[in-house]
Design a binder for this molecule. Sequence first.
Ligand code: GLA
Length: 390
Amino acid sequence: MNNRLVDLYKKQFKANPEKYFMSPCRINLIGEHTDYNAGLVLPAAISKYIQAVVGKRKDNKIHLKSLNKLGDIEVSLDKISNTPENNWGNYPLGIFATLQKRGYKLPFGLNIIYSSNVPIASGLSSSASMLDLTAFIASKMYNIPLQNDEIALLAHQSETEFNGLQCGIMDEFAIALGKKGKSIFLDCSTNKFTYEDVSFKDLSLVVIVSNVKRALIASPYNQRVAECNEALNILKKRFNITSLSDLKVLDLEECKKLLCNNVLYRRVKHVVTENQRVRDFIDASKNENVELMCDLLNRSHESLRDDYEVTGEYLDFLHDISLKYGALAERMTGAGFGGSSIAVIKKEDFDDFKEKVIKDFYLKYRIKPLIFLADICDGLVVKDIVNKKK
Ligand code: GLA
């Protein structure tokens, strides 16, 4: 429970909040830029959280406040639209609009105060966390029975339709379905998943947030989505496929001939080989072959760097210095470019590794990365707030 948030709520709204919520962030172990190609991913929720305290209002307004953002936002439920004035509120507001679009009646307004300890623009998916959290808040406050995978789908619908981002389903699923100590092996063609015990044995899994501001870099995300669709349309004429993930590694020779455009071929090669790396990683993990698991993580980074071209110089530098300072594996995680990466290192090397990586990165870019041990945690949490009578 966050007493500071509860006190702030009482002070601002002269009322008691009813419920407290928490939503984690995510890393992705392997399976990058495959989700929007109906491929395989292996993410996990990690214990960096957005928290919220919430209470009902007597009118039909949604009042949003965040300790991490400037300005409160207040909008009537019947007047929600995506406008520049709503600013950061366009993310949470989209959930209410999407529920109404699905035909749900929302009979009263809500006050919500958010607080986050997720590094901003870190590539750990704070936006999906905010969306899942708000979808979860709405389901609990309006008694709409939604399973966790339905929360993820609602949040994803809101992000694509209300916020207009063409991202895949991985982040919303990883956060809504998070389970302590487990990774989520999700097939994005069916949204079927299993929980996997991925263990690096006596090695540690580490998260490195580059802290490079996204604004410094133009994200090629939507361009990659478009390139994959372009390649798919060409390949459909020869293969009986509905997505690039229906292709096998053995099909790549044929794809190369059909896609005279070398760039499109490299995009396809990444998606097809990355799906195979996820399968191989799961097998290696079941066989407790940590050496192979590490090798696959490194191969994944190289493919994202050389074929998919989404790593960028900051994450490539982190990859190189991490391996130099003893990491057995290191790869970007999430969308890429200036976001975060994960590394596998010997437990006893952690402090030394952390110090050296931060030092080298700072010397080159004057930016200090944040490095911490990955703590794989449960997904969405709700608690009743017991208000003591005076
Ligand atoms: C971002 C998107 C995800 C996924 C990753 C890349 O995090 O939100 O849907 O595409 O990039 O794997």
